[in-house]
Design a protein around this ligand. Structure first.
Ligand code: FE2
Length: 398
């Protein structure tokens, strides 16, 4: 079969403001690029694991060997961007006299730093009232210089104009958007990712794959994001198994960084769907890492959505390497979920929700269902999702 015409809404917008610089060793351009942005006194945001692994030192060196001043290293960022951690990070920025930030880390680090930049750029001290507003677009102004080095190939946070923050008290994850919060420059340096353990490589890569697939099937899908998402899927299905198998393979690591960034550019314009809505609930209530939660839920959600958007799943199946030529459209589309399951197996991701203590009991599942039903991403799913559907999806994934 051939692709049928793919429909999209007659009006759409598409934006991405971050510059992207890619090369093994591209960090050597950091001081020059910071100077071009007007930075003089630079605060580095990261986490303890990356500090101890010596990754942060590779970035700090670039600042120390230049005319720039190092305002400090805030390496206290915790898993999931937390309000108190954000407020603390902003206090360090202000008290050090910093005028810019360099961010080294995965999604939690990059999201925390984005929120810090919003606070310091707006002269505010507490992020909670901003998190409750969700969309910070009215009167938004450009923020201080911000360069990001992603150290996982997953979230795409280096280019997305949104962040997910965890409200520890209410155990909810809140999506917050701001038009200037993504990095001014995303520096993709695969040499910084070769020590990432295979397991984390696997599940962060599945997060990127989920961004691309849900971006393409979202009700907000449009042709520019389709192009980015489809090529991201091709790169991930080819290079994720290689990056897991051979951590030091710079070609695979580089392709995964590029794919994660492309998937980020895709989904931050289209939003996602039921996989992310359920994954946010699983992260908030059971502490399941975001990429693992997505990897568990994705094939179930794809099968649930199939009948409402099979033409889009044909494109996805093709990008995943399925031979669609000899199949009818529904059969070809259904093979997309099968291909995702094969990819998961090939990278050793065999967990189900049971491994994280989720029980097939409708009373115990009720809080998960309630949280997923109220998640902002659910409304972008191509098929309308009832609470009974969420219960069914969680139950299947156990
Ligand atoms: Fe995600």
């Amino acid at each position: 079969m051939k692709y049928q015409p793919i429909s999209f809404e007659p009006f759409f917008g598409w934006v991405n403001r971050s510059r992207v610089l890619y090369s093994p060793g591209v960090r050597k351009e950091l001081a020059y690029e910071l100077s071009q942005l007007g930075a003089r006194n630079v605060m580095v945001y990261t986490d303890k694991g990356l500090s101890e692994a010596g990754i942060v030192e590779k970035i700090v060196q670039q600042i120390s060997q230049s005319d720039l001043k190092l305002a400090g290293i805030f390496d206290n960022i915790q898993q999931d961007a937390r309000i108190s951690n954000i407020n603390d990070g902003a206090e360090h920025y202000r008290s050090s006299g910093a005028d810019s930030m360099v961010v080294v880390g995965g999604g939690s680090v990059m999201d925390t730093a984005k929120a810090v930049n919003i606070l310091v750029g707006s002269n505010l001290e507490d992020f909670m009232p901003l998190a409750e507003q969700a969309g910070l677009w009215e009167g938004a102004k450009p923020l201080p210089p911000h360069i990001a080095f992603p150290t996982t190939a997953g979230t795409g946070c280096e280019v997305t104009n949104a962040m997910v923050v965890l409200d520890v008290d209410s155990k909810t994850k809140l999506s917050v958007t701001h038009p200037f919060c993504n990095s001014d420059i995303a520096m993709l340096d695969p040499e910084l990712t070769t020590t990432l353990p295979p397991k984390i490589t696997a599940f962060t890569g599945m997060d990127a794959l989920t961004h691309a697939i849900e971006g393409i099937t979202s009700v907000g899908a449009e042709p520019i994001s389709d192009a980015l998402g489809l090529h991201a899927i091709r790169l991930i299905s080819t290079f994720l198994p290689v990056a897991v198998e051979r951590p030091e393979d710079l070609e695979a690591r580089g392709a995964m960084l590029i794919a994660a960034t492309m998937a980020g550019m895709c989904f931050c314009n289209t939003m996602t769907g039921a996989t992310h809505a359920t994954a946010h609930a699983l992260g908030a209530l059971y502490g399941i890492p975001h990429g693992i939660a997505n990897a568990i839920m994705l094939p179930w959600v794809m099968e649930f959505n199939l009948e409402d958007s099979h033409q889009r799943y044909v494109m996805i199946a093709d990008a995943l390497g399925v031979d669609i030529q000899s199949e009818d459209a529904i059969t070809a589309a259904s093979k997309a979920a099968q291909a995702v399951r094969r990819l998961k197996e090939s990278i050793g991701l065999n967990e189900t929700l049971k491994d994280f203590g989720v029980q097939p009991d409708s009373e115990q599942l009720a809080p998960l269902v309630e949280l997923a039903a109220g998640d902002g991403q659910i409304s972008y799913n191509p098929r309308y999702v009832e609470e009974s559907d969420l219960l069914m999806l969680f139950t299947k994934a156990i």
